[in-house]
Each structure stands twice: as structure tokens, then as C-alpha cells.
Design a protein around this ligand. Structure first.
Ligand SMILES: [Zn+2]
Length: 449
């Protein structure tokens, strides 16, 4: 437990809320100080650039970033600037093992960010303050286009475990930053028993915006939906973070909270940005970095794994970084009705490791698996675990609508996806734990680890 968590567990709620308000205000000052204002104006301006202006600006940003990295990072001193594809991809393991060689500044001179790795190894990167300010300028500009700014009532669902079981029993599921009007909800305690604590809190708080893990907000909404509930005061926008958004998320969250879901792609280790426009399409922001989509042989592809190069990672440079996510690019001839010339992405397909390996059907991806509950009633959440090549455990948290007939339909949908050569064991459970990061995973492929 960190000092901060210890403090939180032992201190009265009012003092905790004051501390959280002050901490957030301090963090806000760091993130929004320095050149933040100038950078934010820059990001507003570049949106109306012509193709040739944009091209020139991209080249300028690339050149200055690559020159800096080559000079300052021992890891990249042989970087091939002329032909990026000649450089071998940077792996997560490299950042964990060779952090000191990759980074260009001392930790105490920058801002350290920790990422929970999938295999349990935690990864650390350090940002320069200026890059952090740039990242927040980009995000704030994006959110402002959808009506948000700091000080609007916001419910936050992220992975900080600041609530105890005891708090839940006392009807407390969140902490309130009363200076910035942000209510931080625990994502670790959402289940059917605690649902009413969360629901009553949301009804009373009347947030205008929600930010956080889609799986957490979805779970709350799925339970509400099964009870026929809708939020009396609709939320304006839900900004999901950190996880892949599934079609089902949009549908159920929209229905229960009355809001629009506006997606984005970024990551705590500093990936460049993909942002949803006001016309509902995803655009790559070409001034934040390079997105290479490659196949299994690292050859360019329309749909496949991402290698990212990010211009806001001067502290811990990411060049051709294998981030572990898959996307599908839109046809390059396609244009968006929002008139932006930023490249279009068809969809974000989720993590590369989110698949089940079937002996007959090959890799079955997350999108396909999450679709298996379509038209099946009573499933609140489920998780597919693969320990062996020919056997799956499927954990299901359900309401009483999930009867024998629904269970058989669900099994049939799973067999359709994985083939009939696999043993599928459907087990009804009370709850399925989230990961240490507070995120929920539908697919757990344990063959790899
Ligand atoms: Zn657009």
C-alpha cells in the first residue's frame, strides 16, 4: 500500500476529500502551467491547416523530435532518421530492462508515470513537464470540442482504490474533489450488491460528464438496464479511457445515462492520439506522432498491430514502440463530414493479447467474443479464460433472467465462434474480479503467460 493509500484508509472522509481536492489542484497546476496555454492555442490553430501546411508542420515536428532523441538517448544513438522502418521496434520489455539507457532526463526533473503491465511487471516512464503539458493541452482541447471543461460536474471511474468495503457498507463509493467538482468513484467495488450505493450517488450528484473505464460504467449501466432504470438527469458525454470500447458499451451506456460516448486512444506510457470528432469518426492526430499498422511480418497493413512513435515522449522516447494494440485504418480515399483532413481510423480493435486460440478457428478476437452475448438476456458480465488449447472456462455474472434456455443460446453462440472441438465450461459466479489496475478483462488468454 502506498503512503497515499494508507493516509486515505485511516483518515476521516472530510479530511480525505480536502486532501484529494488540494492534490488535484496541485496536479492541475503542474499539468496546465508553463507553456500549456501556448500549446493549446497551437492545437486549435492546426485544425484549419491546409494539406501542405500540415505536411510541413509534421516534418518540422518529426525532425526536431528525432534529432533530440538521437542526441540525448543512449538507446537511440544509432537511430536511422532517414528511414524509420529500418529501426527495430521497441518492446515493453526494453522499457522495463533498459529504462536508464532509454530515458533522457532524471526522474526527479520530470513526471514519473507507472503502467501496470499485463504479465504483472510494472513499467515506468518519465515525462518532461513540457510534454505532460502538451498532452493535457491536446486532451483538454479535444474534450472542450465536446463541451467539457474543468469545473463542470464530472464523475470519474478510474483505477484508484481509495474506498474500503467498510465505506461501501456505509453507502460511500466515491471521494469528492469539491474544488474542481470531480467525484472519484471506486471501480473495484461495483457489483450487484453495491449497485444501489453507486446508483443513488449518481442520481444525487447529477454529473454532466463521465470519464473513465468503459467496462466499469458499462457494468453499472447493465445492472440498471436489467432493473429498467435510467438516470433522471441525462449525462452529456461519456469519455472512456484506457480500455477498448465495444459496440455493446455504446448501446447500453447511451440508453441508461442518456449520453453520447466519445472515444479516444492514448496511453499512460505516452502513445500519440486518436480522437473522435464531433461527427463520430476517429481521426489520427498527425502532429502527435506516427501510427504504423503492421502484419505479423512487420509489413504495412490496413488492419493489424500498432507501432507508435510519439512526439510527446522526450523524457522516455517511444519510437516504433510495440504498444500491444490493434487497429483498422479506414480506406485512404474516405473523407469525414467534419471536414478534417486528419487520417481516419475505421476502428480500434483492442489489445493484441485479447484473443482466444481455437484449434479449428484460429485466433478469435475480443470484438467477436464480446458479441456472443447479443440477444441473450441476463448476462451482466462475463469472462472467457483459456488455460489449455482445447478448453475454456466462461465465468458469468447474471440476473435471474439468465435461465437454462438463455444459457444454451449463449453456449451455442460460443461454439459458433470457437468451434465444437473445445470444451466450454459455463460457470455462474457472484462476481468476477477486476485486474490490479482496476480494469476488467473479458478475455484472459493464459496460454501466452
Ligand atoms: Zn471527422
Amino acid at each position: 500500500m502506498s503512503l497515499k493509500e494508507k493516509f486515505i484508509k485511516k483518515t476521516p472522509m472530510f479530511v480525505q476529500s480536502s486532501a484529494i481536492s488540494l492534490f488535484n489542484t496541485y496536479q492541475y497546476k503542474v499539468r496546465h502551467g508553463g507553456e500549456y496555454k501556448k500549446i493549446r492555442e497551437y492545437y486549435a490553430k492546426v485544425e484549419s491547416f491546409t494539406a501542405s501546411q500540415l505536411d510541413k508542420e509534421i516534418k518540422k515536428k518529426q525532425k526536431s523530435f528525432f534529432k533530440y532523441v538521437k542526441r540525448k538517448s543512449a538507446w537511440y544513438n544509432k537511430l536511422n532518421i532517414k528511414d524509420l522502418t529500418k529501426n527495430i521496434p521497441l518492446e515493453k520489455q526494453d522499457i522495463i530492462n533498459d529504462f536508464d539507457k532509454i530515458k533522457t532526463i532524471r526522474e526527479k526533473d520530470g513526471i514519473v508515470s507507472l503502467t501496470g503491465g499485463t504479465t504483472g511487471a510494472s513499467m515506468k516512464v518519465v515525462y518532461t513537464k513540457k510534454d505532460m503539458q502538451e498532452r493535457f493541452a491536446i486532451l483538454d482541447h479535444f474534450r472542450a470540442q465536446h463541451g467539457y471543461h474543468l469545473g463542470r460536474k464530472t464523475a470519474w471511474f478510474s483505477g484508484k482504490n481509495l474506498i474500503s468495503e467498510h465505506d461501501i457498507q456505509n453507502n460511500i463509493c466515491s471521494h469528492y474533489d469539491f474544488i474542481n467538482k470531480i467525484r472519484f468513484y471506486s471501480t473495484f467495488h461495483i457489483n450487484q450488491d453495491s449497485f444501489h450505493v453507486y446508483w443513488q450517488s449518481l442520481v444525487k450528484f447529477q454529473p454532466e460528464f463521465i470519464v473513465g473505464f468503459p467496462s466499469s460504467v458499462y457494468e453499472l449501466c447493465e445492472i440498471a438496464d436489467s432493473l429498467g432504470l435510467q438516470l433522471p438527469t441525462p449525462v452529456k458525454v461519456f469519455f472512456p479511457t484506457a480500455e477498448t470500447v465495444l459496440p455493446k458499451h455504446r448501446e447500453v451506456i447511451g440508453r441508461v445515462l442518456g449520453c453520447q460516448l466519445v472515444d479516444q486512444y492514448a496511453s499512460s506510457e505516452g502513445a500519440p492520439f486518436i480522437l473522435e470528432c464531433t461527427h463520430g469518426r476517429l481521426h489520427i492526430h498527425p502532429l502527435t506522432g506516427i501510427f504504423e499498422v503492421v502484419d505479423e511480418n512487420l509489413q504495412p497493413a490496413q488492419s493489424g498491430e500498432l507501432l507508435v512513435t510519439s512526439y510527446t515522449t522526450h523524457g522516455t522516447p517511444l519510437i516504433r514502440y510495440r504498444i500491444g494494440d490493434n487497429i483498422t485504418l479506414a480506406d485512404s480515399k474516405e473523407t469525414c463530414s467534419c471536414n478534417s483532413i486528419f487520417p481516419l481510423v475505421e476502428r480500434i480493435d483492442g489489445r493484441t493479447s485479447d484473443y482466444i486460440l481455437s484449434p479449428t478457428h484460429g485466433k478469435v478476437n475480443l470484438g467477436n467474443i464480446s458479441n456472443s452475448t447479443k440477444n441473450i438476456e441476463g448476462i451482466i458480465k462475463f469472462q472467457v479464460i483459456q488455460n489449455q488449447l482445447k478448453a475454456l472456462q466462461v465465468l458469468v455474472v447474471c440476473s435471474d433472467k439468465f435461465n437454462q434456455q438463455q444459457k444454451e443460446s449463449f453456449r451455442a453462440a460460443l461454439v459458433e465462434r470457437f468451434g465444437d472441438n473445445m470444451t466450454i465450461d459455463i460457470i455462474v459466479v457472484d462476481d468476477i474480479a477486476t485486474e490490479k489496475s482496476g480494469k476488467f478483462r473479458i478475455v484472459k488468454n493464459l496460454l501466452d503467460s
